[in-house]
Design a protein around this ligand. Structure first.
Ligand SMILES: [Fe+2]
Length: 282
């Protein structure tokens, strides 16, 4: 087995290792790498949907995307659910007709009451060139701030809402949109989290779901969120991974943000993701 750091502050690539969920210590091995490096890449795994689901199940409790139940209205994300028999797998498929749309800095499902702790992504089909993913270490981003800015941010809370992500999928179906909003209302999370497993302080808001700071005016809210969200753009906090088919990435979804580079149209890119249930955050 070979381990190679991908960035100075984030990311490690593991080569010559076959992920085997039955191996004693498998979960501990993965978790240690994950907490230390925040995103871990396992080369050449070539899971089937069944073995992928089984492997992820060894790492924690698998989630089903909450909008799976609203498949009839999520027409813009296709095919969101590739395998009826594996409801935990979310298909992230792009081709000539469905262009890449994940090229915004975000973490996954922050708008849930308990956001997922980790995401696991496998590369099923990779374009001949392009389609990399970039991750940013948001604990490092917090560390980079001065003490006075840290204390300004420390007690703030951010409202996270899925509507700006999925609004277009509902087209004119306002009733369906309202029903989903009742079922999944916007959530308030601390802007600065203490990571439940590492104890690190980190910035927990992103451009896609973090819509406003509670208790301050619109302008001030915009100023703070823009400043925080832009920190993810800084290359010093990032790593960039070039996928091969069969590769698996696991990232700490609380401590990182990611950006899927959409530079491969009209080629096909097929990824499959399972998220792992998180823990209450504060
Ligand atoms: Fe994502």
């Amino acid at each position: 087995m070979a381990r190679t750091r991908l960035g100075t502050h984030i990311g490690v690539v593991v080569d010559d290792y076959k992920m085997d969920p039955a191996e004693p210590g498998f979960r501990d091995f993965v978790m240690e790498l994950l907490l230390q490096h925040k995103v871990v890449f396992f080369k050449s795994q070539h899971f089937s949907p069944a073995t992928f689901t089984e492997m992820v199940g060894q790492l924690g409790r698998k989630e089903v995307h909450p909008f799976r139940t609203a498949a009839d209205v999520i027409t813009g994300i296709s095919p969101f659910q590739p395998y009826p028999e594996y409801p935990e797998i979310t298909g992230i498929y792009h081709d000539e007709k469905v262009t890449g749309n994940l090229n915004s800095w975000h973490s996954d499902l922050n708008w849930r009451e308990i956001p997922p702790f980790a995401s696991v992504l496998r590369a099923v089909r990779i374009p001949p060139q392009g389609g990399d993913t970039v991750w940013a270490n948001m604990a490092k981003a917090y560390d980079s701030l001065s003490d006075s800015v840290k204390s300004e941010l420390d007690e703030l809370r951010v409202v996270h809402d899925w509507v700006q992500i999925y609004r277009s999928a509902f087209k004119d179906n306002e009733d369906a949109l309202r029903r989903m909003q009742e079922q999944f209302p916007a959530q308030s999370h601390p802007l600065v989290l203490t990571h439940p497993l590492t104890g690190e302080r980190l910035l927990f808001s992103n451009k896609v779901s973090g819509v406003r700071i509670e208790g301050v005016g619109d302008e001030e809210s915009r100023r703070i969120l823009d400043m925080v969200h832009r920190l993810a753009w800084r290359p010093e906090f990032q790593c960039r991974f070039q996928w091969d088919e069969g590769d698996v990435a696991i990232w700490d979804n609380l401590a990182t943000q990611h950006y899927a580079v959409s530079d491969y149209w009209p080629h096909v890119r097929k990824m499959e993701r399972i998220t792992l249930e998180g823990m209450p955050i504060k």
